[in-house]
Design a protein around this ligand. Structure first.
Ligand code: KG4
Ligand code: ZN
Length: 358
């Protein structure tokens, strides 16, 4: 089964072609990602209108480039998948409308993919993982611990009650005068820093449940930075190292607890912990999660960075997984700014008329 996947939910315009065989193994035939980071850098974050405009301008040629790289035409496809939510609505409408047009013109089934599901299923594409497994999704917009029990069967055990982890990295970078996106900048600055110099809090550590909180940590970094001002390079390095160490402690605590629960629910199987989202690129966090997984007798699976951050291959793969189960969507499938992965889990923030924001 060969599927075209389109991703436009945030600031990457991406298209990919993925093949899935009957044993649920995958091959990426093409994967093209155009990042808009430079368009948004001056604003210190993603500007929705700029993102939507950039998607309109780039998407057609990105899709053409993906098909050319795969050596295929529309007629060779078995389906067309696009991210339908959650995300920035302008970009979502552009990607989904394009997918609908291609599907209608070529007479192929359409799959309206949940972006979080695409992240959740990536480890099956890259590592052939079988269900169930535990997912830590840490990106600029999401911070969740999810039990992935099957295609379409997700239980959210915990999520952030305020900032997403990537957002906390980005805000910390901004207040320390580091460039956007903040994650890589904080990680670079932290090298050689002293993580023990500033006493920073570890929000939620030791609490029952699996939720996260990062806004208090970010505020503590701001206060420490104000006290130490004017900041020399050494101060910034120590603050970044302290922030990273606090984040690692918090994530290790939450994930450690989740692995214990997972083992209780799935006795006799070796648990697998999958880490996805842009923050999975953080080496200190990955190393720490390696220890946590080893301590729990679990296997740690971290897809390569290019497949952890937003991309079209994960969307194509999620589309292929759904099509394999006969789960195509109608041509009136809506784009959805909000679309929780686990509809049964209570929203933690942004609980409006349309449901959970994150
Ligand atoms: O998954 P992603 O590319 O986009 C979405 O948010 O959906 O994640 C981007 C986030 C940003 O907040 C960025 O600062 C963070 O991932 N990030 C990192 C690192 N690389 C990217 N955070 C910490 N350390 C990194 N090396
Ligand atoms: Zn994402």
């Amino acid at each position: 089964m060969i599927v075209l996947g389109i991703e436009t939910s945030c600031d990457e315009t991406a298209a990919a072609v993925v093949q899935r065989d009957g044993e649920a193994r995958g091959a990426i035939l093409a994967n093209i990602v155009l990042s808009q980071t430079a368009d948004h850098a001056a604003f210190g974050g993603v500007v929705p209108e700029i993102a939507a405009r950039a998607h309109v301008e780039a998407l057609d040629s990105i899709i053409a480039a993906a098909l050319e790289a795969a050596g295929l035409g529309f007629a060779d496809l078995d389906g067309v998948a696009a991210t339908a939510g959650p995300g920035l609505i302008g970009g979502l409408i552009i990607g989904l409308s394009t997918a609908k047009a291609i599907a209608a013109a070529a007479g192929k089934p359409l799959v309206a993919v949940n972006h979080l599901e695409a992240h959740a299923l990536t480890a099956r594409l890259t590592d052939g993982l079988s269900f169930p497994y535990l997912l830590l999704l840490v990106s600029g917009g999401h911070t969740q611990i999810v039990k992935v029990a099957g295609v379409g069967d997700y239980r959210r055990w915990g999520s952030t009650i305020d900032d997403a982890l990537g957002e906390a990295f980005d805000k910390t970078a901004k207040l320390l005068g580091l460039p956007y996106p903040g994650g890589p900048a904080v990680e670079r600055a932290a090298r050689g820093g002293d993580p023990t110099r500033f006493a920073l809090p570890r929000p939620m550590v030791g609490r029952p449940g699996f939720d996260f909180s990062f806004s208090g940590l970010k505020t503590a970094v701001r206060h420490a930075a104000e006290d130490a001002a004017p900041l020399a390079e050494r101060d910034v390095a120590d603050l970044c190292a302290g922030f990273e160490a606090a984040v690692a402690d918090v994530v290790a605590d939450r994930v450690g607890r989740a692995l214990t629960r997972f083992s209780g629910e799935e006795p006799g199987t070796r648990p697998a912990l999958v880490v996805a989202g842009g923050v999975a690129a953080n080496a200190a966090l990955r190393a720490r999660l390696g220890y946590v997984a080893a301590g729990a007798g679990a296997r740690l699976v971290v897809p390569p960075p290019a497949l952890c951050t937003d991309n079209g291959a994960m969307v194509a793969w999620a589309g292929a997984e759904r099509l394999a189960l006969g789960l195509a969507d109608r041509s009136d499938a809506p784009a959805r700014a909000r679309w929780p992965l686990d509809a049964g889990a209570a929203p933690k923030l942004g609980h409006g008329r349309l449901g959970a924001k994150a």
